[in-house]
Structure formats: C-alpha cells, structure tokens
Write a protein that binds this ligand. Structure first.
Ligand SMILES: C[S@@+](CC[C@H](N)C(=O)[O-])C[C@H]1O[C@@H](n2cnc3c(N)ncnc32)[C@H](O)[C@@H]1O
Length: 315
C-alpha cells in the first residue's frame, strides 16, 4: 500500500470509530515504511507529507502526542510530557475520541518500556539501599523522578541521599516539592556541565540516566558513561537504559510526535558507552564483563547494569 493510502485508511477507520485498531495497524506500517524507504524519502514523508494529511489534525487533538510534537519547553521529552506516559495527567472533560486515543497511546511499546524502566530503577534503588548502609544514588536527567515515588527505600528513609540532577528548573522544583522531604536533593545542571567538570559528583553507590542516552551522539554518550563510572564509589553500579531499533513506534514518534531518538534505521542496537574507558587512571580499559541486562516490554528498550570494574559487587 502506498504511504498516503495508509494514512487515508487509518483516517477513515478513525472516523468510523475504530480509533484504537486503526492506530494499532498504522504503527507497524509507519515503521516498515521508515525501514524500507531511502532516508531522504522517509524524512520528506515524516516531516511534511504525514503532517499535511487530515489525519494529523485529528491525531493532534490528543494532548500527549500534541505536547510531544509542540515541545513547549523547547526540547523533546520534558517531564510533563512523560507524565502522560506515567498516567499522572487526568484528561478532565476530554472528548471520547481523546480518551480512546490516550488508551491507545498509553499501551504503545515505548510507553510500556518507560514505565517498566521506572519500575526497574525503583527496584535497583531498593536493592542498593538493602545492600549498602548509607547508600547514595545519583539520577542524571531526572525529570520528575517518578522512580523515586515507587522505590520504597526512599520513602522509608533507608538512603543517605538521592541527588536528582536535571537541566530544567521547573521540573526540579516539582521534584523538590514532592520528594525533598524523603531526602532527595535537586541539583540544577546539564550533561555539558558534567562533561566539562563544572559539576563534579562523586561517591555514589548507584548512578543512572534514564531517557537521556536516546538523544546523545555516540562520542557524548561514551564520555558520559566515563563520567558516570567516576562518580561511583567502590562497588557501585551504573545503569544505562536506551531504546533499541526494535522499537515498534519509531515511525509514529518521528511523524506525529516529531520525537527523534538516536536509532539507526536498520541494523544493530547501539550500546551507549560501548567504547568507554571506565577508569583510565586505574588501567581498566574496558567495560565490565559481568553486566546484567533487562529487556523492556516488546523488545523496545534495554537497561544495562554495569558494576564498578575495580571492586565489583555482582551486577
Ligand atoms: C525523557 S526525560 C526522562 C526523565 C526521567 N529520567 C524519566 O525517565 O522519566 C529527559 C529528561 O532529560 C533532561 N535533559 C535533557 N537533556 C539534558 C541535558 N543535556 N542535561 C541534563 N538534563 C537533560 C530533560 O530536562 C528531561 O527531564
């Protein structure tokens, strides 16, 4: 089926009240089109053709997709947008169409992966608190730190500190309001400041950056992994989550959300920091071998737990 026809069919089915199924069928078709088209053709379709079709105005009635597309904070994936994924934003008096569309958006593989990532991070925080007295945790690009609200150790005061680093003052203010009483310390700062040493963070037992590696060019990802290793205490762990090219929603994200992750159009999953030197100063030239990997739902994402290579606790 040609590309415009795909959109026509989905649009007609939506108008007939088959919104959920129409989108379920459109999702893999957009991915197939992305993979089978020359790059320039896909870009033209994703940025222009798909958005000029009448289905775009209908899809953009949905507040989650519209917010992702409009990027009111000037960058993709702000914490408020992610709160639609976490089911934190009530739809109020939204139309039946918007409610049905959100029911579809909520169960897409990318959204399921983000919620699974939050739950695994919460478990790792709890594990860390159970294994290490006075554990210290660092969340880089913390957003609204939703995993903090799931981790029972945090609420029970079993961590010495959780440092939440982010570049968005509005999101950090929310983290402070909601989680500072549990020992969360918000720090305003960017990846650039971490990489240039303007912000130095040290002596953590668990360090992670969720929803960040999907935007970073490989050399930056490598340097960030090195900085994260150096922020670990002996025996600490770092966690590197990222989406994989298996992500079934990639075509939808790029067309109607204008949400562009660093995913190759074909081929193998990128492993952020695969060439990082965890401790160049201590002659540990390679990433640790004993890694623990979690595949997130639908094969859409992966979360890799790496132990400190000098004094590893089990990954
Ligand atoms: C996709 S959200 C993920 C938020 C949260 N970690 C989660 O998993 O829900 C990306 C977050 O990264 C932050 N961010 C993006 N680029 C950043 C940078 N260069 N330095 C620091 N934070 C950054 C944004 O402010 C946003 O809160």
């Amino acid at each position: 089926m040609d590309a415009i026809r795909l959109l026509d069919v989905a649009y007609d089915r939506m108008r007939d009240g088959e919104t959920f199924d129409a989108m379920e069928d459109l999702l893999p078709s957009l991915k197939e089109l992305r993979q089978s088209s020359p790059a320039a053709d896909w870009q033209r379709f994703a940025r222009h053709t798909s958005r000029a079709h009448p289905i775009a105005a209908r899809i953009h009635q949905a507040p989650f997709t519209r917010r992702a597309f409009e990027k009111p904070r000037g960058y993709p994936g702000d914490a408020e947008t992610l709160d639609y994924i976490y089911g934190q934003i009530p739809l109020g008096d939204a139309s039946d169409f918007v409610r049905e569309f959100y029911r579809w958006e909520y169960q897409t593989p990318s959204c399921g992966s983000v919620r699974a990532r939050r739950d695994i991070l919460a478990r790792l925080i709890d594990e860390c608190a159970a294994e290490v007295p006075d554990a210290r945790v660092l969340s880089i690009a913390c957003g609204h730190l939703r995993e903090g609200q799931v981790a029972s150790a945090l609420r029970a005061g079993r961590l010495a500190e959780l440092v939440a680093l982010g570049q968005d003052a509005t999101s950090l203010a929310r983290v402070a309001d909601e989680q500072a009483p549990w020992g969360v310390r918000p720090v305003l700062g960017s990846v650039r400041q971490l990489l240039t040493g303007q912000i130095e963070l040290r002596d953590f037992d668990l360090v992670y950056a969720a929803g960040l590696f999907d935007y970073l060019a490989r050399p930056i990802a490598t340097r960030l992994v090195e900085v994260m290793f150096r922020a670990l205490r002996a025996g600490g762990r770092l966690v590197v989550p990222n989406f994989t090219p298996d992500l079934r929603d990639v075509g939808y994200l790029e067309t109607y959300m204008d949400w562009n992750l660093t995913l190759s159009r074909r081929g193998r999953a990128h492993r952020p920091g695969a060439h990082a030197r965890p401790r160049p100063d201590r002659r540990v030239p390679h990433l640790p071998r004993r890694v623990r990997e979690h595949r997130l739902p639908g094969g859409a994402a992966r979360l890799t737990v790496l132990p400190d290579p000098v004094t590893p606790r089990a990954a």
